[in-house]
Design a protein around this ligand. Structure first.
Ligand code: FAD
Ligand code: MLT
Ligand code: ZN
Length: 479
């Protein structure tokens, strides 16, 4: 007779034992929200969803999964955009949302320590309480968790000043696949004893360990912060070719961004939205017309510091080529009104279909040409499909363009592949800030050298020899 402890009864009993029956969800209705990703492009049924309360329970869950060779998908806020946070082949979902406490937040020391399931917004509120900021921000702040942001090495809107998540990271605690707990939580800026655990885990997308605590460096809250939304026209404004208008206005935006960085202190954000995205956002949200309503694109710039940057900004924009109109916000509500045109792109795009979200970095000198060439390349890859829409926007200060393709079926990769190829040919990256997940996994072999991939595989095998952590994510299968 089969040993019941080796079968489903055995692992369910072990998981129940680890987190308690109330936090071990098998009911399809209760599991549903953990099984589909934010884009609705990826997902599948979970074997079970477990919701541990602390590091010790995470360790017990992983020990049980390792013992029974069960795949585990760590999940934070499930706002990831590359399909890495949801099950694909009946894995166990390990939700971190109950690990939601800010443990300490010290403005003088400049450090925040929090559990991995803490939302970005909760951590930002804690930092504000000590007149500090995290130096990282993104529109999914109310749901995205610090653990998920470490795992994806999230970027966001302040990268040009403060870097991505790995640059904010002062340490972490992580549970390995066999339940081993490793921690480096001192937050010391200088600490050269051995391998850098936090940097190894940052960007590993849940494939090397489950982050349970995070230490972040804080920056002092500035006294002044000003946002401007600047309408732009390119030299090709009157061209009948929409791609030429995109190319030429991108060139104008890049030149203005460079000028602003030279002339204005404390530039924290440089974001670009185009005419089509702006129209879609207005349609989906009902926002009023932006400044320069007939512009080809808009550059959103934010500057902050100990002195009011408004004068510097105005001087820098005056006489700048291509500027049509500008709106300035110098207090929270006015700034939020301007940011809405940019931040609400993601939700607006989701209203017209299931997007293929391609998150790319281009060298700045290649960005305008790429922006003008990408739409025809997508159309060619799809054999001229008429029902395809392409909506672009991005963090133009660091060369990060978000190309959203709506139309192809979720599993149709023809357009994705064509765009990835264009990016690698131009010396860019196929994942700027969202990670690889499952969405880009099969293209990693073209984006990384064989030696580089071999290092990744050896690290993975050393830390997760049974291959239970987020199987199928990040690393392409070996053929
Ligand atoms: P999840 O989606 O739950 O997981 C993401 C990945 O991390 C998965 O592979 C998962 O397995 C792994 N993971 C999660 N938690 C842990 C953990 N504790 N330990 C180990 N692995 C873990 N991203 C940007 O970079 N910049 C942006 O500007 C940005 N804006 C966004 C705006 C919107 C409206 C939305 C919906 C998303 C946006 N994102 C952005 C994407 C997303 O918010 C980030 O990738 C974020 O870091 C994901 O955090 P999460 O907690 O939701 O992680
Ligand atoms: C953003 O910059 O808003 C995000 O990365 C989300 C997205 O790409 O839609
Ligand atoms: Zn982004």
């Amino acid at each position: 007779m089969a040993d019941p402890l080796q079968g489903p009864e055995g692992f369910l009993a072990a998981l129940n034992d680890a987190v308690g029956p109330d936090n071990c969800l098998s009911d399809p209705d209760l599991k549903a929200s953990y099984e589909l990703d934010w884009t609705r492009r990826f997902g599948g049924p979970a074997l079970v969803v477990v919701r541990p309360a602390d590091t010790a329970e995470v360790a017990k869950v992983l020990q049980a999964c390792n013992r029974f060779h069960l795949g585990v998908v760590p999940q934070g806020g499930n706002t990831g955009l590359v399909g890495g946070s949801v099950p694909r082949n009946g894995e166990v979902v390990l939700s971190l949302t109950r690990l939601g406490r800010v443990i300490s937040c010290d403005g003088d020391e400049g450090l925040l320590v929090a559990e991995a399931g803490t939302t970005l917004a909760a951590a930002q509120a804690a930092a504000a309480g000590v007149h500090a900021e995290l130096g990282i921000d993104l529109a999914a702040r109310d749901s995205a968790t610090l653990g998920g942001m470490v795992a994806t090495n999230a970027g966001g809107i302040h990268v040009i000043r403060h870097g991505p998540m790995r640059a904010r990271l002062g340490g972490l605690e992580v549970v390995l696949a066999d339940g081993t707990v490793a921690s480096r939580l001192s937050g010391l800026v200088k600490d050269n004893v051995g391998y850098d655990l936090a940097q190894l885990i940052a960007g590993s997308e849940g494939t090397l360990g489950v982050v349970t605590k995070v230490v972040l460096h804080l920056v002092p809250a500035p006294l002044f912060r000003v946002t401007a939304l600047i309408g732009l026209e390119g030299a090709g404004h009157c061209s009948p070719d929409p791609d030429e208008r995109v190319r030429s206005v991108s060139q104008v935006a890049l030149a203005l961004a460079a000028r602003l960085r030279r002339r204005v202190d404390g530039i924290e954000a440089l974001e670009l939205v185009f005419r089509e995205g702006m129209a879609l956002v207005r349609e989906a949200t009902g926002l009023p017309a932006p400044p320069g309503k007939d512009a080809d694109a808009w550059l959103l710039v934010e500057a902050c510091g100990g002195q009011d940057p408004t004068g510097m900004l105005a001087d820098a924009v005056e006489d700048a080529p291509g500027v049509t109109e500008i709106a300035v916000g110098d207090h929270a509500a006015a700034r939020a009104r301007l940011w809405a045109y940019r931040e609400r792109h993601t939700e607006a795009i989701a209203t017209i279909g299931v997007p293929h979200k391609l998150d790319l970095t281009l060298p700045l000198k290649a960005l305008a040409e790429f922006a003008g060439a990408v739409r025809p390349a997508i159309s060619a890859a799809l054999g001229g499909a008429r029902d395809t829409r392409v909506v672009m926007f991005g963090h133009v200060g660091d060369g990060n363009l978000h190309v959203n393709i709506i139309g192809p079926e979720p599993e149709d990769y023809r357009a994705d592949d064509a765009v990835f190829r264009m990016v690698t040919q131009r010396g860019g990256s196929i994942s700027a800030e969202h990670g690889v997940g499952v969405a880009k996994r099969d293209f990693v072999t073209e984006a990384r050298s064989p030696g580089d991939l071999e290092v990744m595989r050896r690290v993975k095998n050393a830390l997760d020899p049974e291959g239970i952590l987020n199987p199928g994510v990040l690393l392409p299968p070996v053929h």
